[in-house]
Design a protein around this ligand. Structure first.
Ligand code: TTP
Length: 414
């Protein structure tokens, strides 16, 4: 069986992080999101993979090349216009030829076993389509199915919670045969102005094709918005095994598993609590406090008296002195001045709100700090309100208290 991964989207809900790279290339626990999917396919015996790309596709191509380094063969097709998932899958027709094939959204993280399970299920029942489903408490932001005896009777996109026919949602994992291309060719634009694969599936249902729902309670995480990147990172870093390739100086204290890559040094006086991932050529310390589930990309420097908690710090970023970064994401090539502090808890103890596509959105998290795009410089004693976002190439002057989002390429002074 061949596989197709959808990786063309702009990831607008994940801004500012996706202003400079595609969402599927954002790092979690040491790898881009999409690499988890490629490896899950490979480990299930699927090595012929087509990536549908468009937005900032050079990042994907430069990293994976022909796939040989990852034990697979990767080819690429550019979706000309980002006009929806059905349109994206339609580009795979030549690649899959007459074969049945798997499709995955590139922005999910799933349990490797799940792919093996659905292949077995597909071979046993030979339906026209398998759609993997999972149960959630609130299905209203997703595609929700009505299902009877394993067969999907209807799919409703983003229903009101009280109108949802079940709590079972579409995970973006499918097995198709070539009938889907006939339906894609006839699919019309939805109310959102996109050609959506769920509309093609509804056409299959109307045409009496068998769409089997495969319900899983295995790991499945959808990465759409910035705090979901923090949550997925938490989840995956908790699973890392101890692996120290770099140097740990005498006088450093480590509790929990750490992954410390080549060329990195943990200096004396550093106190690490919980699992932590540290990339290549990082300098951590002396005398700093690194708390659980933190991720550091390559060439990161964390200096004296800095506390980092449950955060992602991307490559080539420096946080040199006297700073606090909690439940936050710091992009690549940032430099935080001495005394930069990110608040991650509201005084009223309520859940932190964050603007997603201009809408004030409840993250559901009691603790959420700031989200900084790439190449942001902060001056001494600057501070950030919980849930604030900063675009790329920004300068935040000394003593600034940032309580509102800042678009890219801006400077703020007191
Ligand atoms: P979405 O989550 O609908 O879109 P997105 O990833 O661009 O994010 P946002 O809504 O924040 O803008 O897409 C689901 C998957 O399908 C995702 O892996 C991207 C991919 N996709 C394409 O490949 N082509 C497309 O035209 C669209 C809309 C999505």
């Amino acid at each position: 069986m061949k596989a197709v991964i959808l990786s063309a989207g702009e990831g607008t809900r994940m801004r500012p992080l996706t202003l400079t790279k595609p969402k599927t290339m954002l790092p979690v626990a040491g790898k881009p999101i999409i690499q988890y999917n490629i490896e899950a396919l490979r480990d299930s015996g699927i090595t012929d993979i087509l990536l549908i790309v468009n937005y900032k596709e050079e990042f994907v191509k430069d990293y994976f090349k022909d796939g040989s380094e990852f034990g697979v063969t990767i080819s690429y097709t550019t979706q000309k216009k980002l006009s929806g998932t059905a349109n994206a899958i339609g580009y795979a027709e030549k690649f899959v030829e007459d074969n049945d094939f798997i499709v995955l959204n590139g922005d999910i993280i799933l349990d490797n076993e799940l792919i093996k399970e659905i292949i077995t299920e597909y071979k046993q029942y030979t339906p026209d389509t398998i759609m993997v489903l999972t149960e959630v408490e609130d299905p209203s932001p997703f595609g929700v199915v009505e299902i009877k005896d394993k067969i999907i009777k209807s799919i409703i996109e983003k229903p009101k919670k009280e109108e949802a026919p079940s709590n079972l949602i579409n995970t973006g994992i499918y097995v198709f045969n070539k009938d889907i291309f006939k339906k894609i060719a006839k699919t019309e634009k939805s109310r959102r102005g996109e050609y959506e694969i769920t509309d093609s599936l509804s056409m299959q249902i109307a045409d009496k094709k068998i769409i089997q729902g495969y319900i899983t309670d295995k790991k499945w995480l959808d990465v759409g918005r910035p705090w979901e990147l923090i949550e997925i990172n938490e989840h995956l870093i908790k699973e890392i095994k101890q692996n120290i390739k770099g140097t740990v100086e005498k006088g450093a204290t480590i509790h929990g598993n750490i992954f410390l890559d080549e060329g990195s040094v943990i200096k004396s006086g550093v106190y690490i609590e919980g699992s932590v991932y540290i990339g290549k050529n990082c300098n951590i310390g002396p005398n700093c406090y690194i708390r659980g589930n933190s991720y550091f990309g390559d060439n990161v420097h964390i200096g004296n008296a800095v506390e980092i908690k449950n955060s992602l710090v991307m490559e080539n970023t420096n946080i040199n002195h006297l700073s606090y970064v909690g439940d936050s994401i710091i992009g690549s090539k940032c430099n935080l001045g001495a005394g930069t502090n990110m608040a991650n808890l509201r005084f009223d103890d309520g859940s932190v709100k964050i603007r997603v596509k201009g809408e004030n959105t409840d993250s559901g998290r009691r603790k959420l700090g700031a989200i900084l795009g790439d190449n942001v410089k902060t001056g001494i004693n600057s501070s950030f309100s919980p849930g604030v976002t900063v675009g790329f190439n920004c300068l935040i002057g000394p003593e600034v208290f940032l309580s509102e989002d800042l678009p890219s390429n801006k400077m703020v002074l007191v």
